[in-house]
Design a protein around this ligand. Structure first.
Ligand SMILES: Nc1ncnc2c1ncn2[C@@H]1O[C@H](COP(=O)(O)OP(=O)(O)OP(=O)(O)O)[C@@H](O)[C@H]1O
Length: 341
């Protein structure tokens, strides 16, 4: 399998649907959670994944880790397609790919001590380690995430949300993974604690040489941690670019609209942000719009946007955008921004 050097992960033509049973005549409907997903994750980067609730962020994270199976497409890990591995081979791989969940307390077994929770993945994924080695590693990881080793025999309910998330991070780290999918890791935490956990993740990334996929609906959070950002809308990639490009020069009207929710202190941009602000409801993924999925909420949409499924176009510097009108929109916005525009 050919894979570009420097890429840890390559997602090709990924699609995931869910069957939804309706009460009505026991009909089954198909919900397309992800479609036509293509992107790469580079060794050592943090890739942010953003979009509104229901756009497919968690489903994408879970498909990458093979916690759920995609309908089609490839998940190439260092060139090896994870979707084709047997259950046993994937179990062995799992030490390399870990996940941190949104709700730390709900994701920890209340009947296990902190030490047992962190040690648990080692029993299955690092069978070569004996009990003493496992315990030594648990203590080392607890210290790395800022938990005192004397907390090892305590139970999850004795911890605050922020401390519980440190336990979740320790559990993910203990197998020495190469990639961690962080699925809304700070959304359930007090704002005052969020920065501590984000700082911890970025320190751990450097210390352990990790690659991170950072899922969040909050663009302000993603901005702080991400090298590149992938924007999802209704199960499709609409834009992928560096953090500076996404925040400073968004090309897709959906990205422009999402950014209006991010507080910025520049009053000169306020007018443009009012114009761009996101309006209307997200269409149902059971019956998505024809052509461009965003066209029903896009202030720049034209009749042809209903006819053409916009391809993910690669621009010169490697950034990706899926909008057939992005060049025209750039010109229109420049006129709007001009004095008297
Ligand atoms: N197990 C499932 N069965 C049926 N539909 C599902 C299932 N999991 C997800 N979906 C649907 O797939 C779509 C994508 O969901 P997903 O949870 O991936 O979105 P998300 O962007 O992570 O949203 P949120 O931020 O609310 O978690 C949604 O329409 C959701 O209702």
């Amino acid at each position: 399998m050919i894979q570009s050097p420097g890429n840890l992960l390559e997602i090709r033509d990924l699609k995931k649907t869910f069957s939804i049973a309706t009460g009505l005549f026991s009909r089954t409907l198909t919900l397309t959670a992800l479609d036509d997903i293509n992107f790469t994750v580079r060794q050592g980067e943090t890739l942010g994944i953003v979009g509104e609730s229901g756009c497919g962020k968690s489903t994408l994270g879970r498909c990458i880790l093979q916690l759920i199976s995609p309908d089609q497409g490839q998940v190439l890990w260092l060139g090896q397609d994870l979707t084709r591995l047997s259950g046993e081979d994937m179990r062995r791989r799992r030490a390399d790919l870990q996940i941190i969940f949104q709700d730390p307390l709900a994701s920890l077994n209340p009947r296990m001590t902190v030490g047992e929770i962190i040690e648990d993945p080692l029993r299955e994924l690092r069978p070569e380690l004996n009990r003493t080695e496992r315990r030594a590693r648990v203590v080392r990881i607890m210290e790395a995430v800022g938990l005192l080793p004397e907390m090892i025999n305590r139970y999850p309910h004795e911890f605050s949300g922020g401390q519980a998330q440190r336990i979740g991070i320790a559990r993910a780290l203990v197998t020495e993974p190469k990639l961690i999918v962080c699925d809304e890791p700070v959304s359930a935490l007090d704002v005052s604690i969020q920065a501590q956990i984000l700082n911890l993740l970025s320190e751990l990334k450097d210390e352990f040489g990790l690659t991170l996929i950072f899922i969040s609906h909050n663009l302000s959070v993603v901005r702080h941690v991400s090298d590149r950002i992938l924007v999802l809308y209704l199960g499709r990639i609409v834009e992928l670019a560096s953090g500076d490009e996404i925040y400073g020069d968004p090309k897709h009207p959906y990205t422009q609209a999402l950014l209006t929710a991010v507080p910025i202190p520049d009053p000169r941009l306020a007018r443009q942000r009012n114009i761009d602000a996101l309006k209307g409801e997200i269409p149902s993924p059971i019956n998505p719009p024809s052509g461009c999925p965003f066209r029903t909420r896009c202030r720049h949409a034209r009749p042809r946007c209903a006819e053409i499924r916009p391809p993910l176009e690669q621009l010169e510097n490697g950034r990706l955008v899926a909008c057939i009108r992005w060049r025209e929109i750039e010109a229109e916005r420049a006129l709007e921004a001009a004095p008297g525009g």
